[in-house]
Design a protein around this ligand. Structure first.
Ligand code: G3P
Length: 219
């Protein structure tokens, strides 16, 4: 399963990429607005794409297909790793088809139902992003959506990758992996939480204490 970092924070991206923990990055206009400050968004996307060896989702803000295609083409020119993110609307799916026919990778985002995911796959999306946390927030079942999409995509051998988004905690990642999701995108806090286990920390402390008690160099 591919692990993407869901942030536009360069420091977090570099830390995770240098540790070899991530396969790409996803952003959205809210995350970009939070990280950009005075920076030029184009420049920030370029730096993010240079920091990680894998897809970097950059989202359009136009709401009509022609505008999304125009923005998407410009975004795709920033760096070969850029994947254009479009919303799962009629205009977004039109833009998806056009961009895909021009060889641009597309992440169709804001997916909340299996039927929306079916339409995204038929529009040849590279990735579809179902938002599990936002479904859980409204007492729906985000992970059931992932299971449904997995079954539908397998049934028809769609190649669109399921990119589990709106992840809120490590258990979402466990469930996404058990269901065979292709990718997850994680806020940095969840990535670092995944790494930690108190028994690992205790184990390292005990090993070091025992070895130190012997009073010899290891090598
Ligand atoms: O990038 C899209 C998605 O991961 C957003 O998550 O936490 O704002 O629902 P959230």
């Amino acid at each position: 399963m591919k692990i993407f970092l869901d942030t536009a924070d360069l420091e977090e991206i570099r830390r995770a990429a240098e540790a070899g923990l991530i396969d790409g990055v996803t952003t959205n206009p809210s995350l970009l607005a939070k990280a950009a400050g005075d920076r030029n968004p184009r420049e920030l996307f370029r730096e993010i794409a240079e920091a990680v060896a894998g897809p970097v989702s950059a989202e359009v803000v136009a709401t009509d297909a022609a505008g999304m295609v125009a923005e998407g083409e410009q975004l795709a020119q920033i760096h070969p790793n850029i994947v254009v993110k479009v919303p799962l609307t009629e205009e977004g799916l039109r833009a998806c088809r056009t961009l895909r026919s021009r060889g641009v990778g597309v992440n169709v985002t804001l997916c909340f139902s299996p039927l929306q995911a079916l339409l995204a796959a038929k529009a040849d999306a590279t990735f579809v992003s179902p938002f599990v946390g936002r479904l859980d927030d409204v007492s729906s079942d985000g992970m059931r959506l992932i299971a449904q999409i997995r079954e539908i995509y397998d049934q028809y051998a769609f190649e669109t990758e399921i990119l589990v988004a709106s992840v809120r905690h490590p258990q979402h990642v466990v469930e996404a992996a058990l269901l065979g999701a292709d990718c997850v995108t994680l806020p940095p806090s969840v990535l670092w939480q995944m790494l930690r286990h108190p028994l690992t920390d205790h184990g390292v402390e005990a090993f070091l204490r025992d070895w130190k008690a012997l009073g010899k160099p290891l090598l």
